[in-house]
Design a protein around this ligand. Structure first.
Ligand SMILES: Nc1ncnc2c1ncn2[C@@H]1O[C@H](COP(=O)(O)OP(=O)(O)O)[C@@H](O)[C@H]1O
Ligand SMILES: N[C@@H](CCC(=O)OP(=O)(O)O)C(=O)O
Length: 383
């Protein structure tokens, strides 16, 4: 069994029953499940999804919908034949498509008397405590008022280095943020397969007890649809993030959303392996893009591996790459193995002056503002 030890014995039936009984559920739908092959929004697919979610809402459930589809909805009307690859053009498409998407959702949910509200989130909002608290408060207030928050990444503003790109991992962070009881990932395949479903012999997996343990026995690929982004790779990461947050997850096809939410045996069910975790640490571990590397000496490597220590300048031999304070970096041992990821507290130009120095030396030689760990343990996650 991996470090992500199970906290209690679970089985497929209890995972699905937990989803059916969830008070708060986050449903994520991918671009490929909302669009026609041409790239335009498919109103029938969207309306079917809304029907399933409204059903849960009308029975008293609290639902957050994380919906992709802004870029896919925008590129067709702007005259592009396929999804543009240039990031700035994608952002422009998203600015057009997001409005179209919301208009459709508002109309479709209104048929059931359900109110919706839009929340566009950047990766930063999920880690900076002030934005995080504000996003959580808004979402929880919306849920208390019976509104279905419709969340997407703020594609028009998300900077290249720190954007999610797909919404899979964002949905897992949102599930953690609103302390959801279940995460349902809807896509264009009816679950996780042992290999990309186009490969002969690929078989559907109906239950995953521990994502971390099975990741090596599954062959995952990217998106084949031409409109989706992350493929199965980011969906498995999202399932793992949910799992280590203590949240059961279901991965299934969009047309089976209703049965999945009712606990029927569709798609793939993922068991939770841990109690609820911290969203910032999830982001650091699964969604951050390290900009550089700090090489720890043997003593610091041992301390970091222990899981409770900050990384001090005294134990760092070298800093590689260009980064700013607050960026994610790798922490490697001298053999080049990754030990951890963390948010570094100083710019890369400042670090060489600090290396090998104890905190009191830093205080004396460089001033109080340098007498701090390079990576504080609250910002450090073992890999
Ligand atoms: N092992 C696998 N099991 C299931 N699907 C897989 C696997 N590996 C790759 N895929 C692909 O992942 C795709 C879903 O990802 P994606 O197109 O990004 O969807 P979405 O738009 O819903 O996020 C599927 O259509 C499938 O082709
Ligand atoms: N935020 C983007 C999501 C991009 C995307 O395609 O994501 P997904 O379909 O979930 O893999 C959008 O709305 O177009």
């Amino acid at each position: 069994m991996s470090r992500e030890q199970r906290i209690r014995t679970v089985d497929e039936h209890s995972v699905r029953a937990a989803v059916a009984a969830a008070r708060t559920v986050v449903v994520k739908v991918g671009s490929s499940s909302l669009t026609l092959p041409s790239g335009h929004l498919d109103p029938e697919k969207l309306e079917a999804l809304v029907g399933a979610i409204a059903q849960v809402r009308l029975l008293g459930g609290r639902v957050v919908l994380v919906s992709s589809g802004a870029i896919a909805a925008g590129f067709g009307p702007l005259g592009f034949e396929s999804r543009p690859t240039d990031i700035a053009v994608q952002q422009a498409c998203a600015s057009v498509g997001q409005g179209l998407l919301m208009m459709k959702y508002e109309t479709a949910f209104a048929r059931y008397g359900v109110k919706v509200g839009q929340l566009l989130i950047t990766a930063e909002d999920t880690i900076r405590s002030q934005q995080y608290r504000s996003a959580r408060r808004t979402m929880e207030t919306m849920l208390d008022l019976g509104i279905v928050p419709i969340v997407n990444e703020n594609d028009a503003l998300a900077s290249n280095e720190i954007r999610f790109g797909d919404n899979d991992r964002l949905s897992a962070l949102v599930a953690n943020m609103v302390r959801a009881d279940a995460l349902v990932l809807l896509t264009d395949v009816d679950g996780l397969y042992t290999a990309p479903p186009s490969e002969p012999g690929a078989q559907r997996v109906s239950y995953v007890e521990n994502v971390a343990d099975m990741i090596d026995s599954i062959k995952v690929g990217g998106s084949d649809s031409g409109v989706g982004t992350g493929g199965m790779v980011t969906k498995l990461e999202a399932a793992r993030m949910a799992s280590v947050s203590g949240i059961p997850a279901i991965l299934t096809s969009a047309p089976t959303a209703g049965p999945a939410l009712m606990g029927d045996p569709v798609g793939t069910a993922f068991a939770p392996v841990r109690r609820r975790g911290n969203s910032k640490r999830l982001w650091i571990k699964f969604a951050s893009y390290p900009k550089g590397t700090l090489i720890a000496d043997a003593g610091a490597a041992k301390a970091v591996r222990g899981g409770r220590a900050s990384l001090l300048s005294a134990g760092v031999l070298e800093a590689r790459g260009e980064f700013s304070a607050g960026d994610a970096v790798w922490i490697d041992n001298e053999a080049g193995e990754h030990l951890a990821r963390g948010l570094v507290a100083f710019d890369s130009e400042e670090v060489p002056h600090m290396l090998g120095r104890t905190t009191s030396q830093l205080h004396r030689l460089l001033g109080e503002e340098y007498a701090h760990p390079l990576v504080h343990r609250d910002n450090l996650v073992l890999v």
